[in-house]
Design a protein around this ligand. Sequence first.
Ligand SMILES: C[S@@+](CC[C@H](N)C(=O)[O-])C[C@H]1O[C@@H](n2cnc3c(N)ncnc32)[C@H](O)[C@@H]1O
Length: 218
Amino acid sequence: MTEPNGGPQAEPSPPASSVPPVQPYYAQHAAALADRYESLAFDTVHQDFLPLLPPPSARIADIGAGTGRDAAALAARGHTVLAVEPVPELRALARRLHPSPSIHWLSDALPGLPRLAAEAGRLDAILLSAVWMHLPEPSRPPAMRRLHDLLAPGGRLFLTLRHGPPPEGRQLYDIPAHETVVLAAQHGLRPLQHTQAADHLARDHVHWSTLTFEKERP
Ligand SMILES: C[S@@+](CC[C@H](N)C(=O)[O-])C[C@H]1O[C@@H](n2cnc3c(N)ncnc32)[C@H](O)[C@@H]1O
């Protein structure tokens, strides 16, 4: 079920079993986080991905879309974007900040993403910007399998991974990039790009891996 921009603002309550609870941090700090996320430009944060993005008009899912910065940039590039965000406070903010008929908002969460069932094998690309590191180890293999299944043959997975000491109060893991590359390969996703990047918010203790994978063609 999608929530197109411009549609009714009321949020239907998802069945408790379909969207796993996400840590309360994002709901409690949504407004402050919007200032931080929106201070960064898509072209800067995701500069490693720019040459690898599919041509418009692609069907792209932005999983853990937050305040919609990246969804809006992809829509502006001519793509149709499924912006998947489990936190209602962030979705509401994002729709106000980035009204676009090309962005369709959904409440869903990794690892299962049950509400994307109709997208299986259809997505040209999936973006996970600063999201994968929230997944505990047991959730990562089913999440990677799900991402693989959602992609069309030749579809691409773009992923950024935060490194550094996890901040207090958040479920956040410092996941080695190598672990993610191995897991992706085990699920039929071959690496296209892997870069170490400094933190765009200039935090000394934080750095990033940017990773791109491609789903094998039959
Ligand atoms: C650090 S924020 C990044 C937001 C946005 N992608 C960006 O780059 O600005 C992490 C986002 O992941 C979402 N998130 C956390 N756990 C998730 C899960 N299991 N499935 C999907 N999204 C999740 C949070 O609600 C939050 O919006």
